[in-house]
Design a protein around this ligand. Structure first.
Ligand code: IPM
Ligand code: SF4
Length: 473
């Protein structure tokens, strides 16, 4: 019987399997950031160990880095805990080594899930880990990539392996043409709306179908990024010519004979036609409408044409309670039209949507509408995912479009995706955000997050409330 893409990568990396299925998996790439690595390095130090394969480590600082004041250097990091995490990473990499390190202030610094692929650190067929749940992003390259905990970070550093149990195979097939105004973000929000945040639990999801093949690598990364929000630790997309074209010439990508050999192997990284999946979910891309989350979980999502749900109409007591709590936290009434929700802040960024294509989509809408950020919007910020994205966007003049319309154009980092740096929501503030999590307090205590695509966020900034961007498409 044929094998899935997941089966193939797993088989290539499994070192040993116990009777109960517990396996030792060889790890090719270890991405490191400042939040989940300090204890791991400390553990190595205490045990007198070295990093097993230094060339597997690629590191950057992202969660704690400020997005303003870079001209002040490290003095611009006002939060002392943030500063300590960033300088600790600098010291650890100096002591333990890495294949590549993009520290705070360096040109290639950025969100770990943006800089990995961008620098050719993420390659098809690899096993990729990072002490970060959104490592699933890298699956867009046909790599088996998932987040691990801090103790596992230390284990991988010490042994180059990870203890893991094989997940089941799920196929999410999205066929058809995505309507104008809809993006990869709308696809993945629609998938999560359908399967729920636990739908992918215990599975590795392969995203397939003509709509997925039609996406750019940036779009595929957006989809895989949120596989974790659908409950799956890893998401995958089969390798095709787009994958290979994206990688060619990147900093850490193979060259010469090694490139040719790699491409030959990468071209085998698809599920066999007769591969068996344990679960199959199908979606018609042509039916997708721009999505907006209304609640405190990514599955609480509806088309922009929708209205917030009425808990009284929900028969299941648990679900009813969840709807009531979410509406209360979000400060919304049942039956509220989504395009009548006004926002206080707009955040375009995060490892879901801070790549060049996202910047282009947001700028295009701003240009098309041709107006300034609405008066009720206190802050609209665009945070590129890396220094290279920032540079590219500036070459294309996108920053000028944003700034002229009243957006702030910031330095790269995780920024307002989570409240770990200076960018955050104040209690009660409502935000249109292109990030991936809308949990209570995620963007700051009491903050209210609505997850949307970059184009939807940009339009919300200009109109002051959510709008159906299909009318501009
Ligand atoms: C800080 C880090 C461990 C965390 C994660 O694992 O995802 C963060 O990136 C997030 O998005 O919540
Ligand atoms: S951008 Fe957000 S989701 Fe991504 S790694 Fe940073 S904090 Fe996590």
């Amino acid at each position: 019987m044929g094998r899935t893409l997941y089966d193939k990568i797993w088989d290539e990396h499994v070192v040993h399997t116990e009777e109960d299925g517990t396996s030792i998996l060889y790890i090719d790439r270890h991405l490191v950031h400042e939040v989940t690595s300090p204890q791991a390095y400390e553990g190595l130090r205490e045990a007198g160990r070295k990093v097993w394969r230094i060339s597997s480590i690629v590191a950057t600082a992202d969660h704690n880095t400020p997005t303003t004041g870079w001209e002040l250097g490290y003095d611009g990091i006002t939060d002392l805990v943030s500063k300590e995490q960033i300088t600790t990473l600098d010291a650890n990499i100096k002591e333990f080594g890495a294949a590549a390190f993009f520290p705070f202030l360096s040109k290639r610094q950025g969100i770990v899930h943006v800089i990995g692929p961008e620098n050719g650190a993420t390659l098809p067929g690899m096993t990729v880990v990072c002490g970060d749940s959104h490592t699933s992003t890298h699956g867009a390259f046909g790599a088996l990539a998932h987040g691990i905990g801090t103790s596992e970070v230390e284990h991988v550093m010490a042994t180059q392996t990870l203890l893991a149990k094989k997940a089941k195979n799920m196929l999410v097939k999205v066929e058809g043409t995505l309507p104008k105004g809809c993006t990869a973000k709308d696809i993945v929000l629609a998938i999560i709306g359908k399967i729920g945040t636990a739908g992918g639990t215990g599975y590795t999801i392969e995203f397939a179908g003509s709509a997925i093949r039609g996406l750019s690598m940036e779009g595929r990364m957006t989809v895989c990024n949120m596989a974790i929000e659908g409950g799956a630790r890893a998401g995958l997309v089969a390798v095709d010519q787009k994958t290979i074209d994206y990688i060619k010439g990147r900093l850490l990508a193979p060259t010469g004979v090694e490139w040719d050999m790699a491409v030959k192997y990468w071209n085998t990284l698809q599920s066999d036609a007769d591969a068996r999946f344990d679960a199959v979910v199908e979606l018609d891309a042509s039916q997708i409408v721009p999505q907006v989350t209304w609640g405190t979980s990514p599955e609480m999502v509806l088309p922009i044409t929708g209205k917030t749900p009425d808990p009284d109409k929900e028969k299941d007591a648990n679900k009813r309670g969840a709807i009531e709590r979410a509406l209360e936290y979000m400060g919304l009434q049942p039956g509220k039209a989504l395009d009548d929700i006004y926002v206080d802040k707009v955040f375009i960024g995060s490892c879901t949507n801070s790549r060049i294509e996202d910047m282009r989509e947001a700028a295009a809408i701003v240009k098309k509408i041709g107006q300034k950020v609405a008066r009720n919007v206190k802050l609209a910020m665009v945070v590129p995912g890396s220094g290279l994205v920032k540079e590219q966007a500036e070459r294309e003049g996108l920053d000028k479009i944003f700034v002229a319309a009243g957006f702030e154009w910031r330095e790269p980092g995780c920024s307002m995706c989570l409240a770990m740096n200076a960018d955050r929501l104040e209690p009660g503030e409502r935000c249109a955000s292109t990030s991936n999590r809308n949990f209570e307090g995620r963007q700051g205590a009491g903050g209210r997050t609505h997850l949307v695509s970059p184009a939807m966020a940009a339009a919300a900034a200009i109109h002051g409330h959510f709008v159906d961007i299909r009318k501009f498409a």
